[in-house]
Design a protein around this ligand. Structure first.
Ligand code: SDX
Length: 357
């Protein structure tokens, strides 16, 4: 897996998320001055219009964070009507700053709303992930200090989730954007929340809880092989071998557990992987762990509520969606999306009145 030709392993080891975001969006790694300007621009746009707090208050206390997140991203189009001028490169760039800057703030506000806690404003002196953690977890007492190892692990997780070609949600972004709708409503159209896509990491935790202990893995796998459900976090539309991101996430898990203590679910996940990779059913179908198999275990250890996992996927993937959107808008051959279809319904026939039906 590579972003613009650079192996994901090297980027995860040597770059910050914003550095990789610049690469994914503009095609080259930024110089020092370019990275400083880029970081300053994103940081400048982390604040939300105060009216956003009022619209968030309209959600029930137990509203799903992803539903609140998507709705609030779409509502940005009501605050920034200039975003409709998608053919103007400067307008596009401003919306890219706004979206990448604001998605962590929106995510944190949704989380704080679900807890009934006051919102924490962005702190422009903090890095992208430290600021996000501060908005999530700072209480009214002493100043919150994000653990640097956890902030770096989150930065790496964001790098791994930044883009992934024409996946389900990137395709949605391109299709919605092809009507020249503004990038806020196009981003909100993204289908990431489904359990077969970005919602898988939460389903993995549910699966590991259902298994409960290593000795119950064989029976669970027999259930899957009998066609009762899927092994969540396994399989991929494209990867018919090990998802390279899963390998890096496993490494990042060790860094996180040195701080948080080991998540016992990891032992079940490792044993489940070991058994599945030796089983003919999964080998024959080329089913390997994907990016979602281990990510939820880390996020839970870091203190994230599983309801937030898809939002945690959406934050970095906003970069990839915007890169795909910008490439589509700039493509001179681009037309509005209308997939071909094969009609298999009735041929022409005359109307039948209701008395004769
Ligand atoms: C992401 O596309 C991307 O790039 C997505 C993503 C990204 O970064 O954007 O990588 C992120 O969405 C990762 C995927 C997260 N989803 C899950 O972990 C959910 C569990 N996985 C499956 O639902 C499934 O593997 C999919 C949806 C990911 C892929 O579905 P496909 O392409 O239909 O799977 P396939 O064609 O490879 O299936 C081949 C066979 C079939 O069985 P048979 O009909 O041949 O008997 O394998 C079976 C499938 O039923 N199968 C599984 C399985 N995944 C496929 N059987 C058990 N467990 C599974 N997880």
């Amino acid at each position: 897996m590579r972003y613009r030709g650079y192996p994901i392993e090297q980027l995860a080891e040597k770059c910050s998320f914003l550095e990789v975001a610049y690469l994914v969006l503009f095609g080259e790694l930024p110089t020092e001055p370019e990275l400083k300007e880029w970081t300053d621009k994103i940081t400048y746009h982390t604040m939300l219009h105060e009216s956003t707090k009022k619209s968030l208050e309209g959600f029930r206390h137990d509203a799903h964070p992803m539903g609140m997140f998507i709705s609030t991203v779409a509502a940005l189009s009501t605050i920034y009507p200039d975003a409709r001028n998608v053919l103007d490169p400067e307008v596009r760039k401003l919306q890219i700053y706004r979206l990448i800057g604001k998605v962590p703030t929106i995510a944190a506000y949704c989380y704080r709303h679900s807890l009934g806690f006051p919102y924490v404003y962005p702190d422009n002196d903090l890095s992208y992930t430290e600021n996000f953690m501060n908005m999530l977890w700072r209480m009214v007492g002493p100043m919150y200090q994000a653990n640097s190892a956890l902030a770096r692990a989150l930065d790496i997780l964001f790098i791994l989730h930044a883009d992934h070609e024409q996946n389900c949600s990137a395709n949605m972004m391109r299709s919605a954007g092809s009507s020249q709708a503004d990038p806020f409503v196009a981003t909100a159209a993204a289908a990431l929340s489904g359990p077969l896509h970005g919602g898988a990491s939460k389903e993995v935790l549910k699966m590991l809880d259902e298994i409960g202990s290593k000795d119950r893995i064989p029976a669970y796998i027999e259930q899957i092989k009998a066609g009762h459900g899927k092994l969540m976090g396994f399989g991929h539309r494209i990867y018919k071998n090990y998802d390279p991101r899963a390998r890096i996430i496993k490494w990042a898990a060790d860094q996180v557990f040195q701080v948080t203590g080991r998540n016992p679910k990891l032992d079940i996940a490792l044993e489940l992987e070991r058994i599945a990779l030796e089983d003919e059913y999964f080998i024959k179908r080329k089913l390997y762990p994907n990016v979602d198999f281990y990510s939820g275990i880390i996020y839970q250890a870091m203190g994230f509520d599983p309801a937030m996992f898809t939002v945690l996927f959406a934050i970095p993937r906003t970069v990839g969606w915007l890169a795909q959107w910008q490439e589509m808008i700039m493509d001179p051959e681009q037309k509005i999306a209308r997939p071909r279809q094969i009609y298999i319904g009735h041929n022409v026939r005359d109307f039948v009145s209701i008395e004769k039906r």
